[in-house]
Design a protein around this ligand. Structure first.
Ligand SMILES: [Zn+2]
Length: 349
């Protein structure tokens, strides 16, 4: 038995985080994933929301299994063009302004033109502003400095920039010799990379899956409704693969796969959780059970939308989530191993 190649997964992850994809503007990254599947001869379809569903037929065609990971990320949108020629932002997804202070960004106009800039406090220069350190990091005080010769709103509009243009943050991805991956958007592109590699292995090694298995590459998770639709009625189990949350009191780390027992939406399905633990134990996979206090997943979104499914949540541990994220290749590897065994395991029918 060989597992999906982690080095290859990391290269794929690097490519994925480098494609801007804030929720609401994910066509480019979905097309990238679509082409990945095309090369493997895996059939896909897009839903109206713009997500991608890939299906691998299995032995049992009556009872299906579904796995999901989301390719959309945090981002922002141009809220206002200031008279100074700076841009005011409105955030997409759940995070704080301090986590993007000083970050390089890209603005994409509706015509597809791209411009770069930096997200800064208006009162940044300590040579000018006394309260530079104390002023609140909020929508009023933070703005984008465009890398263009603009002096007023008219100059900005002349470039083609308008209210509603999407803003993405520079991921600044780095793979360190010690095995860490530092980047924005590891949530949840780390999991997407793992799923794509898993599908590649299943296809290239002609592994027969016990059940027809769907893979939903969701594109609206960060705003709450990515994976709550397009679930085939035959679906029995629905596993969200999304980041494990780290912090004080959390057991999740950057080296194991995190199995979520409960998040803000309530407990995940008890029997499925126990079976995931059993699979980890049987196959020597490093895992942690954990509770995520302020968290909801595409699996809980599906339950809320009224789907009668067995739902679960697992994923790599991500430090400083929704900010300057980091994980280790060990966590990617343990998550990949668990999923490799999971898709070949029996369901409790
Ligand atoms: Zn996520």
């Amino acid at each position: 038995m060989t597992y999906p190649d982690t080095k290859e997964t990391l290269q794929l992850l690097k490519e994925l985080v480098s494609i801007p994809s804030p929720s609401g503007n994910t066509n480019e990254v979905i097309t990238f994933v679509e082409n990945f599947f095309k090369e493997l001869n895996v059939g896909t379809r897009r839903n109206r929301k713009g997500a991608l569903i890939a299906t691998l037929p299995g032995k049992d065609e009556k009872n299906h299994r579904m796995l999901t990971a989301h390719v959309d990320t945090l981002g922002a949108i141009v809220k206002e063009i200031k008279s100074s020629g700076r841009l005011k932002l409105d955030l997409i997804g759940g995070f704080k302004y301090n986590s993007i202070e000083g970050e390089y960004c890209e603005i994409e106009t509706s015509a597809g033109k791209k411009f770069t800039g930096t997200i800064l406090m208006h009162q940044t220069s300590v040579h000018v502003y006394k309260d530079a350190g104390k002023a609140e990091r909020n929508q009023d005080n933070m703005e984008i400095r465009l890398d263009e010769k603009v002096h007023n709103a008219e100059d900005v509009r002349a470039l083609g920039i308008e209210v509603g243009d999407f803003i993405s943050f520079d991921p600044r991805v780095q793979l360190t010799p010690s095995g860490f991956i530092k980047s924005r958007h590891l949530d949840d592109k780390a999991s997407v990379a793992i799923l794509l590699q898993l599908i590649k292995q299943v296809k290239t090694e002609n592994i027969e899956l016990p059940y027809t298995t769907h893979f939903l590459i969701s594109n609206n998770e960060e705003i709450g409704y990515g994976g709550n639709s397009n679930i085939p009625p035959e679906t029995v189990e629905y596993l969200a693969v999304d980041m494990g949350a780290m912090g004080d009191g959390q057991s999740t780390d950057e080296y194991t796969v995190s199995i979520c027992v409960k998040d803000a939406s309530g407990p995940y399905h008890y029997e499925l959780r126990k079976r995931l633990v059993q699979l980890a134990k049987e196959n020597d996979i490093g895992y942690k059970l954990d509770v995520y206090p302020f968290y909801g997943s595409d699996a809980s979104a599906a339950i809320r939308a009224g789907h009668d499914i067995v739902h679960g949540l697992v994923g790599p541990g991500i430090d400083s989530s929704h900010a300057f994220e980091r994980t280790h290749q060990d966590s990617i590897e343990n998550t990949a191993k668990l999923l490799y065994h999971y898709v070949q395991s029996e369901m409790l029918l």
